[in-house]
Design a binder for this molecule. Structure first.
Ligand code: TMP
Length: 207
């Protein structure tokens, strides 16, 4: 029986997900909630080891299917070792990316369908889905500015601008198909306003 809440943040590079996870953790902890802040790929020892395999090396280090399996394997370990135990003891899990990133990044091309990604997720992570997923959206100009400011990108992020635009569109498509789980948040706004907007959506679950 799970009693905690599982919240994920999604979106392209430079939308401010990690800043928001930090701010949300602080606010929730101040309300007396036990928070486990985590990220994907990673969040457990095994998943962090897989993260290194995924993030380092050249663009073509992995073919599309191997890459999808590695993300799913990292997620399976993260869910089994970190997320499910936290939810079971009543903690709130705030996660920077989850299966929806695989749906947007790996499921969008290379002959891999959304159904394929969801099938891997059913097997690897026993189909665990978040209670609420926030899609942080920024205008292309703002996204480019933040990425430059951050100083380049890793293997996964080093893709052309039209790729980032297609990705953003894919996230919106996924979100719109499942409105009960998703909330779309305008992340061009100042960070504290974004945090407030997310917290307002979580209010009904707070003690
Ligand atoms: P980040 O730590 O900056 O979010 O980087 C993670 C990168 O990995 C980012 O480019 C998105 C990518 N990614 C996928 O392609 N599939 C996934 O399932 C996840 C979790 C991340």
């Amino acid at each position: 029986m799970m009693s905690g809440r599982f919240i994920t943040l999604e979106g392209g590079e430079g939308v401010g997900k990690s800043t928001q996870i930090g701010a949300l953790s602080a606010s929730l902890e101040a309300r007396g909630v036990e928070v486990v802040a985590t990220r994907e790929p990673g969040g457990s020892a095994g998943a962090e080891a897989i993260r290194t395999l995924l993030m380092e090396g050249s663009d073509d280090r992995w073919d599309a299917r191997s890459e999808a399996l590695l993300f799913a394997a990292a997620r399976a370990d993260h869910v089994a070792r970190t997320i499910r135990p936290a939810l079971t003891r009543g903690a709130w899990v705030l996660c920077d990316r989850f299966v929806d990133s695989s749906r947007a990044y790996q499921g969008g091309g290379g002959g891999i369908t959304d159904a394929d990604i969801l099938a891997l997720h059913r097997f690897g992570s026993v189909g665990l889905l978040p209670d609420r997923t926030f899609l942080l959206t920024v205008s292309p100009v703002e996204a480019a500015r933040r990425l430059t400011e951050r100083g380049g990108s890793d293997r996964m992020g080093s893709k052309p601008a039209d790729y980032q635009a297609r990705l953003a569109a894919r996230f919106v498509e996924i979100a719109e198909a499942e409105p009960a789980r998703w909330r779309v948040v305008d992340a061009d706004a100042p960070a504290d306003r974004v945090t407030a907007a997310i917290l307002a959506e979580l209010e009904l679950w707070l003690p």
